[in-house]
Design a protein around this ligand. Sequence first.
Ligand code: UDP
Ligand code: MG
Length: 330
Amino acid sequence: MENKRAGGILYLVVPCYNEEEVLPHTAEVMRDKLRRMTIQNIISVKSKIIFVNDGSSDKTWKIISDLCRCDSIFSGLCFSRNYGHQSAILAGMMAAREHADMVVTIDADLQQDIEALDKFVKCYQEGCEIVYGVRNDRDTDGLFKKLSANMFYKFMHLLGCNVMSNHADYRLLSKRALDALAEYREVNLFLRGLIPTMGFQSDVVYFDVKKREAGQSKYTLRKMMTLATNGITSMSTRPIQIITVLGFLVSLFSFAMIIYCIVDWFSGRNVPGYTTSLVVSLLMGGLTIFSLGIVGEYIGKIYLETKARPRYIIESIIWKEAETNKQEEK
Ligand code: UDP
Ligand code: MG
């Protein structure tokens, strides 16, 4: 296919939360990759790497600031506190939108094979607006993460959500796709579900997942749970429909039981009492609280959405145009 979009400006967006151990190496590897791609004329010399410091408590921002000072290929955004991975990649993408032809989001720990970048860019150059990175396997994940991720994706598919299994947030968006994404104002972000709803011509790139280069996973169980509930509540209202169906079925059953008990009573038989009543009231109590919890979860999300608080606050920005740009722009 003809490369109508050869040599576009690529911005790499890298969310960083307490990544001091891995960041210097990551920066080196990413810069090296971008330089090689530039020399091969795959991307423009104006391409850059944007680090988004998501309220780290370690030396992450200091490292980013030093990197930006030494080389104008790097830029940095610093959040006022920890807003989470999804907000960090959104902020990076929105900042890059005005300057880049395409943006690729990639984790700071080098788990996602950076050599796959060529394939992402090739898809873009062939006309794709969105390119999804999908892991070849989950061998580097622990058993719990593997099982919970599998269950989550199965559940999402059951709810009818268009979420690609094993798609990490390693993804390319063209300028056009970024402009479309900027129109979405939702506070509860689940980009893996949101972006596929935008449509556009897209493709998939499969990549190998490596072990974390240094440091530990920043996705605590709590963060994983929050992402999963955000994913479910922002993508589907089917859980509420399931409650309605469940309530209807339980009502049918209760109605049948009432008739059965009345007939029993009129026929002079003793209705077996204590155990049945206990089981029924415990079951109903459990179901009611569970259903209320699900409905409450949605109400909570409505509450947060109506307040429409900012999805992140950027405290500082280090944004330099690359030296090469200046020469080019003369
Ligand atoms: N991250 C972030 N904010 C957070 C948690 C994580 O920006 O609150 C970043 C983190 O620095 C990394 C990426 O999100 O670049 C993915 O996190 P991690 O590698 O720890 O997740 P895992 O690979 O274990 O799922
Ligand atoms: Mg990781």
